[in-house]
Design a protein around this ligand. Structure first.
Ligand SMILES: [Fe+2]
Length: 509
């Protein structure tokens, strides 16, 4: 059993092996360039992506020619960064090492895809540049495709508005025994929202590349978020706030001209890439950036992660065209890809990760109906096509996970949500927000009263969700923090649900 507390703190004390360092150019830094920490992601049976980004403090001098320009960072050109991965936390059993480029064009971010690893193993990794050494991160490869791992546990999270709370949920997550973390979007927020803010962005709404970079750097400087990244491999997809609120494909409500908006979106997508543990891109053009994918973990679980922002039809102004066949949330190409991916999946459990609530939700009390037109309820034919794909593939044990609503939900997914007697076709769990403000108690009560397939809802709590899978069941736990405004808040498992193999639907424990 390893000591997590030790490895997170031990980077500088570890005996350095660094066989490749002779070739790293001598470089000395005025301050630690590794303050954004380290991360890993996209675990496969024989590979994993390692990430870091070097940052340099801005200089205080004001440019008198343009006093409103951002303070320039100390300029560094391309840097060589050494990386090392080992079987143990002290790096006495090194496995591989190498040199990766960190260039100004990509904000001195480092993305290394390490191949030739063994399946279902813990590894430790770190970086060095010149006289600076990163903290140590821990990661885990996926089980082999033909292996039956027996059990698998992952956390899923979304919506972490920095100003509205502290990341105690991540401190709790980092201390658990997990194989993986899945982030479903709203990793950053472009704007200030809400009242009683506990900390501030300190800068305005980003639209340029350096502004998005600064926003990610602020979020990623949080010690609890860094700890969760350093403890497990992550899979991530974005939602809207990584670019701008409620955008749809090439259109945003606050940016009516699509030529300008597409430049902003490209900057936001590039900054996302620069800050996420995703595979290195050879010659990236972020005017489009496919991030959806299928991630397998042995015969037990496949996770399909979807992007419901980049390719979606424009949001409707009213309910007139709700059922229009042409409307899409995934885009035609991603819909076709998902159809094929589900047909190829043979896993015991198939988790479909998307940004929000798939199930229908009437938000109006009584006879009236009202729907969230930014979610699947505004794209009904797309939802039908998704469920048709699941049915046509004969997907075993489909479980949908989501975020976005800043409320926890557990739901029976129906082929026809108006048929109250129909059996559940799939199961759905939506995680509450890490920190972002939640809906009113009244709106949650209405949702539960109007939608019998919604089996549980809470907008008061903040935290994240856990899913523990075995051959026989999937157990979902909603973990909630005592007070998101308290940096020392505690967390506990507040709700538990079980899905039984072969029996879709929510069972409250
Ligand atoms: Fe959100």
């Amino acid at each position: 059993m390893i000591s997590r507390r030790h490895f997170l703190a031990s980077g500088l004390a570890a005996a350095a092996v660094w066989p490749v360092l002779g070739s790293v150019r001598a470089q000395s830094f005025d301050s630690d360039p590794f303050t954004l920490g380290v991360a890993s992601g996209c675990p496969k049976p024989q590979s994993v992506v390692l990430w870091t980004r070097l940052v340099f403090p801005a200089e205080a001098a004001i440019n008198m020619a343009d006093p409103f320009a951002p303070a320039p960072a100390r300029q560094f050109g391309p840097l060589d960064v050494a990386w090392e991965i080992a079987e143990d936390e002290a790096f006495t059993r090194p496995v591989q090492s190498g040199i990766a480029p960190a260039v100004p064009d990509f904000a001195h971010s480092v993305h290394v895809e390490v191949t030739g690893l063994s399946p279902k193993r813990w590894y430790f990794y770190r970086f060095r540049c010149g006289d600076a050494e990163s903290p140590v991160g821990r990661t885990r490869t996926a089980p082999a495709a033909d292996a039956a791992p027996g059990k698998f546990s992952f956390a899923f999270a979304s919506c972490q508005q920095y100003e509205q709370g502290y990341y105690s949920a991540y401190r709790d997550m980092a201390a658990r025994e997990l194989d993986l973390v899945v982030h479903l979007g709203d990793y950053i927020y472009e704007k200030s929202y809400g009242a009683n803010l506990v900390r501030r962005h300190g800068t305005g709404v980003p639209s340029l590349l350096y502004e998005y970079r600064d926003r990610y750097a602020l979020y990623k400087s949080d010690p609890d978020l860094k700890a969760a990244h350093a403890a497990f491999p992550w899979l991530l997809v974005w939602d809207d706030h990584e670019v701008i609120d409620n955008y749809a494909m090439d259109h945003a409500p606050d940016a009516p001209r699509s030529t300008f908006f597409l430049e902003q979106r490209r900057a936001a997508y590039q900054a996302w890439y620069e800050h996420m543990p995703v595979p290195p891109q050879a010659a990236p053009d972020f005017s489009s950036f496919p991030i959806h994918g299928l991630h397998g973990f042995g015969q037990l679980i496949d996770i399909a992660l979807l992007d419901t922002r980049q390719y979606r039809s424009p949001r409707l102004d009213g309910p007139a065209a709700l059922d229009s066949e042409e409307r899409t949330l995934l885009g035609e190409a991603q819909e076709r890809w998902l159809d094929g991916a589900l047909k190829g999946s043979r896993a015991k459990w198939t988790v479909i990760g998307q940004q929000t609530l798939l199930s229908q939700r009437d938000t109006a009390a009584g006879q009236d109906t009202a729907y969230n037109l930014d979610g699947w309820d505004g794209y009904r034919s797309a939802r039908t096509r998704l469920l048709d794909s699941v049915a046509a593939a004969g997907t075993a044990n489909p479980i949908v996970i989501g975020g976005d609503l800043h409320a926890f939900y557990a739901a029976d997914v129906k082929r026809d949500f108006h048929d109250e007697t129909a059996p559940a076709f799939a199961t759905e769990f939506v995680t509450g927000s890490i920190t972002s403000d939640g809906p009113s108690d009244a709106s949650i009560a209405t949702a539960l009263a109007e939608n019998p397939h919604l089996k549980y809802a809470s907008g008061r709590d903040h935290g994240y969700a856990l899913m523990h899978l075995s051959e026989r069941q999937a157990r979902t736990e909603f973990v909630t923090v005592s007070d998101r405004k308290d940096p020392e808040a505690s967390a506990r498992v507040a709700q538990e649900f079980v899905v039984i193999d072969g029996m879709p639907g929510v069972n409250r424990v």
